[in-house]
Design a protein around this ligand. Structure first.
Ligand code: PGA
Length: 323
């Protein structure tokens, strides 16, 4: 049973009053005058009288009582006025809510983000909701592989991820650089050393994200292109597990700079100055071009693109390292 079923009993037939009659009745009751109500509503006085008679007949009560030349509300009129105002208010609220849907200020938005994006997606969604408080956002955080499966099934309205695979026909716009950096524990022997070669890095235990992670795909592709194979790999699910293990001295890792910002500032992790790093990737705003975006989705895209931070260097490097 939905909200409407609970509040509306279809078995009890609604009175056969029209909204226009309720509006006329409300104006008559407020002015206690047919003439003034007619003027206010741009109707003739006989038209107002006729509508009032029809309303009384369909509700089967007298709403007004005549005292000489003056009119006043009967008890039934008082009750009917209270309800009429609520009904008319509901109609106004409905029109206002529909207008908000029409201009994209109300509605639902399903956003899926790659797990690494989550480190800044919450901020993007929060600033968006400050400007559009009546939009309901459903945020799903998952790795690249699942994001692609969701895109395939047309689940999300919008996706934020690394470059989507070329074989999928998608509308993808870059909006932020995504530098992948090498991180190590603060007491790691390579910390502070300049110009560390890739060969030296390959001698370290490398903590890698799970299969299906975009960070992992980009890292492996980078090593392949450089003709390098790490000596020892330990695989872990998720960025958090890797950060904690690196901090504990289990090995070094290649992660998005966005993931380790806080730890670097708090001096809990350090970046290593490995040659050719950072690997420059980009974050993309992705949509299925076969689905017309809702206004709400369009608003979110505009918001993301208005915060866009892209460097020229990122664009150059992206050509070298494509997903
Ligand atoms: P993740 O990042 O799957 O490694 O979290 C997404 C991406 O880089 O595409």
């Amino acid at each position: 049973m939905n909200e409407f079923d609970r509040t509306f009993d279809a078995a009890r037939r609604p009175a056969r009053a029209t909204f226009r009659q309720l509006e006329i009745f409300e104006a008559v009751a407020r002015n206690l005058s047919f003439t003034q109500a007619a003027e206010e509503l741009n109707l003739s006085q006989p038209a107002v009288s006729l509508q009032m008679k029809q309303l009384e007949s369909s509700l089967d009560v007298s709403l007004l009582q005549q005292n000489g030349r003056k009119i006043s509300l009967s008890d039934a009129g008082q009750v009917a006025l209270e309800h009429s105002r609520k009904i008319l208010q509901q109609l106004c609220d409905m029109a206002a809510a529909l207008e908000e849907v029409r201009v994209g200020e109300r509605g639902r938005l399903r956003i899926t983000v790659a797990s690494t994006v989550n480190y800044f997606a919450a901020r993007l969604v929060a600033s968006f909701l400050r400007e559009h408080p009546d939009i309901d956002v459903f945020l799903d955080v998952t790795n690249r592989e699942t994001v692609i499966a969701q895109l395939h099934d047309q689940v999300p309205d919008i996706v934020l991820m690394g470059a989507p695979p070329k074989e999928l026909e998608l509308d993808a716009q870059p909006f932020m650089d995504n530098p992948l950096v090498v991180i190590a524990a603060i007491d790691h022997p390579l910390v502070g050393r300049e110009s560390i070669s890739l060969e030296t890095l390959m001698g370290e235990t490398l903590l890698l994200r799970e299969q299906g992670s975009g960070t992992r795909i980009a890292t492996e592709r980078f090593f392949q292109t450089s003709g390098m194979t790490p000596r020892r790999i330990v695989q872990m699910r998720g960025n958090e597990a890797i950060k904690q293990s690196v901090e504990a001295g289990l090995g070094v890792a290649v992660l998005s700079r966005h993931v380790v910002d806080l730890e670097l500032k708090a001096n809990r992790l350090r970046t290593l100055a490995v040659d050719t790093f950072p690997i420059m990737r980009r974050w993309f705003l992705v949509r299925d071009p076969g689905r017309a975006p809702s206004l709400v989705a369009q608003r979110f895209c505009d918001h993301v693109l208005s915060q866009s931070q892209l460097s020229h260097q990122g664009a150059e490097a992206q050509r070298a390292v494509r997903d």
